[in-house]
Ligand binder design. Structure first.
Ligand SMILES: C[S@@+](CC[C@H](N)C(=O)[O-])C[C@H]1O[C@@H](n2cnc3c(N)ncnc32)[C@H](O)[C@@H]1O
Length: 226
């Protein structure tokens, strides 16, 4: 019996250690993208991301979400609540940038049931999964193939822009966001990136209110378009 308890403790410890290691890893990965926005915009980085998600991770990404369990959506829930509180317009049009399997788009559709939600991704394998997942769950979401560096939407045409665990193109997200609307950028593991995200958002000069909070294992940035 004691052996069984010890095995259980070891498993819990190993799980905590791997979650902590992932927080360190994702904070370290996000830091250069915030420090040098031009890096994320470079063709090499965007093509590497497309390769990683298209050829390596697409069929396995649901396992990453399973690994984090409840924690995967913790920071996102905080960001969506903050957006509802900060927005000075009714949230009727939402886009989810880098939608992947559609996780964040579905949470947003449940949080703002009156809104039209569009998921955007540049990897067709991921978009196909997002489409199927939304269909299976009976949630109405439109899906668009595009690079989030140049979103195929007019200036100021969206009330809420969300982007979770993806590239932080804050200036482009701000371009399509309507004045009074909110941009929410979330990372479900990069907990220590919150101050840098706040700094980056303030540097764009596009927002009149900015909140950046650690939440769950990660953080959210919520910034209101001026
Ligand atoms: C780690 S997954 C996260 C998916 C989802 N947002 C979530 O939270 O579960 C990142 C997604 O962002 C997409 N992505 C990264 N850079 C992108 C870009 N420049 N344009 C469009 N999609 C991009 C990837 O293809 C991938 O599907």
């Amino acid at each position: 019996l004691i052996g069984k308890y010890q095995a259980c403790d070891m498993k819990r410890l190993a799980n905590r250690l791997s979650l902590w290691a992932s927080q360190v890893f994702f904070t370290a990965s996000l830091t250069p993208l915030f420090l040098w926005p031009g890096l994320a915009q470079s063709r090499l980085v965007r093509q590497s991301i497309a390769y990683l998600f298209g050829s390596v991770l697409a069929k396995r990404y649901y396992r990453v979400i399973e690994f984090y369990g409840q924690s995967y959506g913790g920071a996102l829930a905080g960001g969506l609540d903050k957006a509802a509180a900060m927005s000075s317009v009714t949230i009727n049009r939402i886009i989810d940038c880098g939608t992947g399997t559609g996780y964040a788009a579905r949470q947003a559709a449940l949080r703002f049931p009156q809104a039209m939600v569009v998921g955007v991704d540049m990897v067709s394998e991921m978009l196909e999964q997002a489409r199927q997942n939304a269909k299976d769950k009976g949630i109405d979401i439109l899906h668009v193939y595009a690079d989030t560096l140049r979103l195929p939407f007019l200036d100021g045409s969206v009330d809420l822009v969300i982007a979770q665990n993806t590239t932080p193109f804050l200036t482009e997200f701000a371009r399509v966001c309507r004045p009074g609307g909110v941009v929410v950028f979330v990372d479900s593991a990069a907990r220590w990136s919150a101050p840098l995200a706040r700094y980056n958002a303030s540097q764009t000069g596009c927002f009149d209110a900015i909140a950046a909070e650690q939440a769950g294992l990660g953080f959210y940035l919520a910034a209101r378009r001026q």
